[in-house]
Ligand binder design. Sequence first.
Ligand SMILES: *Cc1c(COP(=O)(O)O)cnc(C)c1O
Length: 454
Amino acid sequence: MDAFRQIPSVEHLLTHALTGELIESYGREWTTNAIRDVLTECRQELREGQTLPPDEALLIRAKALLRAQAALFPVQVINATGVILHTNLGRAPLSAAAISAVRAAAGYSNLEYELSAGKRGTRNAQAESQLTRLTGAEAALVVNNNAGAVLLALSALARRKKVAVARSQLIEIGGGFRIPDVLRESGAHLLEVGTTNRVHLSDYQLALEQGAQLFLLAHHSNFRIIGFTSEPTLKELGGLAASAGVPLLYDQGSGAISDTAQFGLPHQTTVQEALQTGADLVFFSGDKLLGGPQAGIITGKKVLVDKLRKHALYRALRPDKLCLAALSATLLHHLKGEALSCVPVHRMLAREESSLREQALGWQRQLGIGLVIPGKSTIGGGSLPEETLPTWLFALETRAPQKLLSRLRACRPALIARIEDQRVVFDPRTILPDEETLMLAGIRTALGQDKESE
Ligand SMILES: *Cc1c(COP(=O)(O)O)cnc(C)c1O
């Protein structure tokens, strides 16, 4: 029990020479609390039979704790994984113009103020005008994310109503967002249609006979059903819904507004096509193929969008000024037809194999190490499941690939690469132009440490 008596007091550690700089950086109260936390840990360690570290070691621990608590979050990382819409890495990187727009709107802004008239305005007006122009929809509304868009629409339109959903579309998006749960939360009754692999138009007809008052379609954004499968087309369902007078809501998800075939990917129903072929409302994310900030975008019939706008939940789900600033800058790129050169996600999708190979060879030359091998980039982010694009990878042979990955992650900015066939590989497709130098410096540092430890 003697060891416990030797534990220094908080007051004693506060007078230690090392503590001055901590107090200067973090303030006396925060520093005191950190020291207290370290001492609590220490007591636990003594109980477990460990020895008491010297005062300096305790203060170094307090410093590490304070540094971790004071870290900004989230911070920049370099995405060398080749996964374009990496949900863990914040999905779409913003364009330079979108980043400037966020900066410009960060102070006071005309978020809800009409400058010409000098009176109250609406935060949604500009995004709505740009979205309707872009998609041909009658009306549009922006909320915090696409999950919120679906929740708002069902809450406003489907409460106490029977909603027909195909069994093949009773999906979980991830993060616990499940269509049946959202339906329940919004007070709607789920009417399951067809089977897991095959759903026919006649199944929807049956649903109408059973009292369906709304059709909800969800895009297979993160999985694929293969083999003996079928689903009616949007056009067929649109026709049926229109003749029965029930709204058809389509969770399109990815936000494809141009033909994905231009990137060598399968064609995906675009927002415009969905609206033209019979969807009354189409929902999608702002930070997937649109290449903008996190947002949920609702486009479609004015009568329906107006109901959503008036619903109490809209107030809880509305987007903030930073989101709207980034969104309108991103929409502007699409409207001006400059997405391929300005929106990072589109630029990455459009990269030529030859230029990717050239870039990887450049890294090999500059670092004087590694191989350049063919590989695959993935789209990711719940948009085109399983779809890949051919790429060229810069590959490093190492005996301990996991260790190298962890050293790369310890760089600032952190470098996120991946392992393929025991090699650590870097995909040029997802490296932003101004990150290349930082990335090469990071690799040098990580490899240098590798040599020292051998
Ligand atoms: C991604 C996705 C969602 C969720 O969108 P968030 O913007 O992440 O909330 C919902 N439905 C579909 C079909 C999706 O692809």
